[in-house]
Write a protein of this length. Sequence first.
Length: 261
Amino acid sequence: MTMAGSSHAPVLEANALRLRFGAVEVLKDVSISVAPGAIHAIIGPNGAGKSSLLNCLSGFYRPQAGSVTFDGRDITGLRPHLRAAAGIARTFQGIQTYPSMTARENILTGFHNRMRTGMFDALVYWGRTRAEEEAFAAEAEAIIEFLELEELRHAVVGDLSYGLRKRVDLGRAIALNPKILIMDEPMAGMNPEEKGDLARFILDIRDAKKIPVVLVEHDMEVVMDISDTVTVIDFGEVIAVGAPAEVRANEAVIAAYLGAG
Ligand SMILES: Nc1ncnc2c1ncn2[C@@H]1O[C@H](COP(=O)(O)OP(=O)(O)OP(=O)(O)O)[C@@H](O)[C@H]1O
Ligand SMILES: [Mg+2]
């Protein structure tokens, strides 16, 4: 425990977010509170606003109203790269790896966000010292081992299976040494074995780094297995929040999303 009460304070909070694109109200009044070390799932029907919410958390979308607080600090107006530098790591829906680069090279790109504030725009010259590069190389190696990618370190990512490419992308995200990891449908398109592997890595990351993980996920078995808290969004509104078993039994959630089956 550090400061009084700080160990229980939410790591990331969104308060009363409103987001619209033209006439479309995507988020009507969305709040979410992510506790330290929690696996926090966000579920809901297609088009409910889940990815848009993640985009507000990571700074890619700017809500018209409401606020986002990270680590006790208001970050509502902060641009995405500065949120990344502050420790908010993100993986996206679909594949985001560089296909012609190796697994190791892809992971190394994750260190680029970890720079001193203000360096981001120096795209041509990263201004790294040799010592820094060596430290990152060693850390990349640790990530490769952690994610059991040793055999594939020099494999070209475009040749890997979908599940392995997603694992490499996860390596890229944790190279940020994040204080929170945000993942959009990490298991979509994976076979059951790949899902099991990724679920294990997500839990391992939470345990090893003591950070919360926010994930949008449609696979209810995975959600029920690994999450501590579930927030359910429907038509841009939170219709339920709670422990997985609670949420699964919630009538409104069954009606909007889960169905009777
Ligand atoms: N940049 C944008 N411009 C216009 N409309 C957008 C934009 N981003 C999202 N939307 C709209 O916001 C609504 C919610 O989309 P969002 O991608 O957040 O849903 P989702 O819950 O992630 O759905 P899915 O489960 O299919 O991924 C949709 O109607 C979508 O068309
Ligand atoms: Mg989405």
